[in-house]
Ligand binder design. Structure first.
Ligand SMILES: NC(=O)c1ccc[n+]([C@@H]2O[C@H](COP(=O)([O-])OP(=O)(O)OC[C@H]3O[C@@H](n4cnc5c(N)ncnc54)[C@H](O)[C@@H]3O)[C@@H](O)[C@H]2O)c1
Length: 343
């Protein structure tokens, strides 16, 4: 008998990472899965040995005795599905972004608070070995004063990718390159550098036939004085080229690059630390830009639910990157600098 029982909704592309990760955790199992396209729920149940499958989410919540739900549906559906689960007394794990507007993100946080259940927002990139090493260097103060941070998300998403599902690239359910593909990178900048004071941005829909942006750049002024920039495009020829974060400080320079912050390309500090020996072994080759972070992420979820630790990224933390992204959109729309917090 496993201790923690989950139901998963949304048996699409990212659900594989969830099914595979939970299967490796001794204390947890997915006992039911659901997709409104029934054959997807059936196929996932078969492939991952899940006892029950549903094509209706409410029915799954009503028929199963769960500890938590794993939400892997289009982004715009996360809050309503999370609120429904919280009202049933189930813990909520939602894929990123937790919502695509702040009002429904707040409603989700409130519903989880009111029902005394946990809310986890999947930010698995924080758990990459490369990112963990960089965060440790920042926390140890190895950079001295940090001056600048720079991030590139130069990937390729062909029109075929957007045409796979109607929700992709729409304002109602997805958002664009910042909200979807770059949201982990925005989260990483916030996690490493801190609160953002203001944002200036340009976005454009240059090539893809979608409502939201396929390309954009933003300048972030952090409250501690650090200046950050992030460039995002889904039009890189001919394929994913770089997903990187560079930090420039008084006593150190680090660039974590590769296609998805999987490779430490520059690691130089004025003073030696034993962590310097870990640089080579931190690099890894990801099969996709999603990386390997879902398993350690779920280990934290399960340990938190067993009362052994605290959540890595909860709802309030997930809301931070959403607010920065909303400020980026607001700045690009109005053509002016936007201050945070947003009203
Ligand atoms: N953490 C990451 O790195 C990462 C990577 C990719 C996607 N994501 C996020 O995961 C989410 C899903 O992305 P995806 O690429 O897997 O999308 P997808 O379109 O492949 O899968 C979504 C699934 O949800 C199902 N669905 C939609 N409405 C439903 C409903 N009302 N009830 C039940 N099922 C429903 C669809 O039929 C589909 O099978 C998005 O929010 C995305 O941002 C996160």
């Amino acid at each position: 008998m496993k201790n923690i029982k989950f139901g998963l909704v949304g048996c699409g592309r990212i659900s594989k990472n969830h099914f595979k990760s939970i299967a490796e955790i001794p204390d947890a199992e997915i006992i039911a899965c659901c997709d409104k396209v029934e054959k997807r729920a059936v196929a996932s149940a078969k492939e991952y040995n899940i006892k029950k499958h549903y094509n209706n989410y409410t029915e799954m919540l009503e028929n199963e005795k769960l500890d938590g739900v794993l939400i892997c549906t289009p982004s715009g559906l996360h809050p309503a599905m999370g609120i429904e689960a919280a009202n049933k007394g189930y813990h909520v794990v939602t894929e990123k972004p937790m919502a695509i507007d702040l009002e429904s993100a707040d409603a989700l946080v409130k519903a989880c608070d009111d029902n005394d259940v946990r809310l986890f927002v999947v930010k698995q990139n924080r758990l990459n070995t490369t990112m963990q090493l960089l965060k440790k260097a920042i926390d140890k103060g190895r950079f001295g004063k940090i001056f600048m941070v720079q991030s590139n998300v130069m990937w390729q998403r062909p029109q075929d990718y957007y045409d796979l599902a109607k929700w992709r690239g729409t304002w109602e359910f997805d958002g664009g390159a910042f909200m979807n593909q770059a949201s982990h990178y925005i989260d990483s900048l916030y996690w490493m550098i801190g609160e953002v004071e203001s944002v200036m941005a340009e976005t454009a829909t240059m090539e893809r036939k979608i409502e939201a942006e396929d390309t954009g750049s933003a300048i972030l002024k952090f409250r501690n004085g650090v200046i950050g920039t992030i460039n995002v495009t889904m039009l890189t020829y001919p394929k994913n080229f770089e997903g990187s974060i560079t930090i420039l400080g008084e006593k150190g320079t680090v660039k974590i690059g590769g296609i998805a912050i999987n490779k430490i390309e520059k690691w130089e500090f004025s003073e030696y630390d034993d962590d310097d020996k870990l640089v080579e072994e931190s690099n890894y080759e990801p099969k996709s830009v999603y990386g390997f972070g879902h398993l350690p992420y779920y280990m934290n979820v399960v340990e938190s639910l067993l009362g052994e630790t605290e959540p890595e990224t909860d709802g309030r933390c997930g809301r931070k990157s959403l607010e920065i992204i909303k400020a980026i959109y607001e700045s690009a729309r109005l053509g002016k600098k936007i201050s945070l917090p947003l009203k």
